[in-house]
Design a protein around this ligand. Structure first.
Ligand SMILES: *[C@@H]1O[C@H](CO)[C@@H](O)[C@H](O)[C@H]1NC(C)=O
Ligand SMILES: *[C@@H]1O[C@H](CO)[C@@H](O)[C@H](O)[C@H]1NC(C)=O
Ligand SMILES: *[C@@H]1O[C@H](CO)[C@@H](O)[C@H](O)[C@H]1NC(C)=O
Ligand SMILES: *[C@@H]1O[C@H](CO)[C@@H](O)[C@H](O)[C@H]1NC(C)=O
Ligand SMILES: *[C@@H]1O[C@H](CO)[C@@H](O)[C@H](O)[C@H]1NC(C)=O
Ligand SMILES: *[C@@H]1O[C@H](CO)[C@@H](O)[C@H](O)[C@H]1NC(C)=O
Length: 468
């Protein structure tokens, strides 16, 4: 398919260039754009948003256009699937859902502009693992781009943009004027084989990318930008998800760059869906009010087997942060970090066992989380205020920390207490400055990092294409 199109184009171009009589043909071909892109699956059918009456003036609403396009193209899901091309322009829209065996391709110069009209985001039920909306007890506004029970869905581009225009939502949230939870930018639920790549995402009303109850997920080559004082603008939040790759992502935002989650208190315990088998590689994070990678605080489905490699941060609150509370139950175990380069960080190692934030008063205060086997190796940090603020839970210590080859340098704002360790235990090797007593026991010179890749890490993308 790819080769056929390529050779046809080359042949026609060749003919067009040598035969002056086919000027018309030549001009069309030169105006055409031919794009190749990497994806989990290529599609047989191609359509442009303008085929469905899309208006890219940035003023007209395209909500019905996106919905009609996806609805129409869902008809060919079982016949090779479809790619919907969003051409250059400003495409204002409210919430719409994707479909299976489908690619949304946002071209360079195209901006999907999120409507600021709350009426464009119909209210939906709270997530079962949260019991209620995250911002308040009401429902949830639909995400800008959503989907549920899908398989094989791609949102990509050649660095096209999705602009959440979140400022109106941040103002309402900060003034406590919202009864319902703000929209997320992209949320896929109960889906598998998901790819989100080669995009710029800006100013989400709240979290940017939220895969939940989903598996086999690739999120890569993404730029995320929100003001560093915008509320809860987490970058990427895999939530009760399995087999996830997050790679080559650059985030500047108001909250955690990546936050790994699995539901909220008794609702998450009841659903019991963990987030497991996650690789986060080459993340660059700038988030003065958030963690580079947070594990929790919502984690009652459990979090295990999360790996982070080659992590860079500039000006963030903490490195990898573990947040939990009595009432969450479950576990955070088998966490492996290899290679962090951190610059201007308040606290490199931060664990909290008393995060609080409960959905309601029905949580079980006796449901205590197990935090164990947390490995960090090859960490360099400069301009740090505090090395480790590591708290566990009284009567439920956090165990099995391993720190090796860690070198921390301080800035002018160094705290008096650079390690503060309570209810935690572990081992260390080659850590500068010398760790707190409960981590001082000599450990391996290299803390563990699993040699075998998780399955999603060995999936090869195909070379897909279209011409317009
Ligand atoms: C939608 O799909 C049908 C096939 O079921 C097709 O005939 C029709 O032209 C499509 N509509 C648009 C606007 O492309
Ligand atoms: C999108 O899908 C969700 C979940 O199935 C549904 O509740 C919502 O109504 C759909 N939204 C639109 C605009 O179709
Ligand atoms: C997507 O990003 C990858 C890695 O940077 C790059 O190789 C590829 O060409 C990009 N694809 C498009 C369509 O821009
Ligand atoms: C994509 O666009 C953003 C915003 O303009 C830019 O910062 C980023 O470097 C671009 N990424 C690529 C791969 O060109
Ligand atoms: C220690 O960590 C740094 C930073 O990741 C790395 O450059 C260096 O090679 C590591 N040293 C050893 C002995 O592994
Ligand atoms: C030290 O840790 C304890 C227990 O987590 C906490 O209550 C206290 O505020 C911490 N002290 C500092 C200076 O952070």
């Amino acid at each position: 398919m790819v080769f056929y199109q390529r050779s046809t184009l080359a042949t026609l171009l060749f003919l067009g260039l040598i035969r002056f009589s086919v000027v018309e043909c030549r001009r069309n071909l030169l105006l055409e754009s031919y794009v190749t892109y990497p994806a989990i699956n290529c599609r047989k059918h191609t359509a442009l948003l303008t085929d469905f009456g899309g208006n890219g003036d940035g003023i007209a609403s395209n909500t019905a256009v996106f919905q009609a396009a996806v609805q129409n193209l869902s008809q060919v899901a079982d016949d090779g699937g479809a790619q919907l091309i969003v051409p250059p322009g400003k495409w204002l829209t409210g919430s719409f859902n994707l479909t299976s065996h489908f690619t949304l391709f946002i071209q360079s110069g195209a901006i999907i502009l999120a409507s600021q009209d709350a009426g464009e985001y119909p209210l939906v039920e709270p997530l079962p693992s949260y019991g209620q909306g995250r911002d308040g007890p009401g429902g949830r506004f639909s995400s800008l781009i959503g989907g549920s029970h899908l398989t094989d869905v791609v949102v990509t581009g050649d660095n096209g943009t999705i602009d959440g225009q979140g400022s109106v939502w941040w103002k309402k949230f900060n003034r406590k004027k919202l009864r319902n939870t703000r929209p997320y930018l992209i949320e896929l639920m109960y889906s598998n084989q998901v790819q989100i790549s080669n995009l710029t995402l800006i100013d989400s009303p709240s979290w940017f990318v939220h895969p939940v109850y989903s598996s086999d997920i690739i999120i890569q080559d993404i730029t995320i930008r929100a003001p560093v004082d915008s509320p809860n603008t987490d970058g990427i939040n895999p939530d009760s998800c399995n087999n996830v790759k997050i790679q080559d992502v650059n985030v500047v935002s108001g909250d955690d760059c990546v936050a790994v989650k699995s539901g909220w208190d008794e609702y998450g315990i009841q659903l019991g869906l963990p987030t497991e088998r996650v690789i986060i590689r080459r993340l660059i994070c700038n988030s003065p009010n958030g963690a580079v990678i947070a594990l929790g605080s919502e984690m009652p489905g459990g979090i295990r087997n999360v790996r982070a490699e080659d992590i860079t941060a500039i000006n963030s609150q903490s490195g990898i942060r573990i947040k939990t509370s009595p009432g969450r139950g479950a576990y955070i175990t088998d966490i492996f970090v290899d290679g962090m380069n951190l610059q201007s960080i308040d606290c490199v190692f931060w664990t909290t066992g008393s995060h609080g934030e409960h959905p309601d008063l029905s949580y079980d205060a006796k449901a205590l989380p197990v935090i164990d086997r947390i490995n960090y190796r090859n960490v360099v940090a400069e301009d740090v205020k505090m090395v480790g603020n590591m708290g566990g839970i009284d009567g439920d210590p956090f165990t099995g920390f391993c720190l090796s080859n860690v070198t921390i340098g301080f800035g002018t704002q160094q705290e008096n207490l650079v390690w503060n360790c309570t209810d935690v235990s572990g081992v260390s090797s080659n850590v500068i400055p010398e760790p707190c007593d409960v981590l001082a026991e000599k450990g391996p010179s290299d803390c563990e990092y699993p040699p075998d890749p998780i399955p999603i890490d060995i999936v090869e993308l195909k070379s897909c294409s279209f011409s317009t």
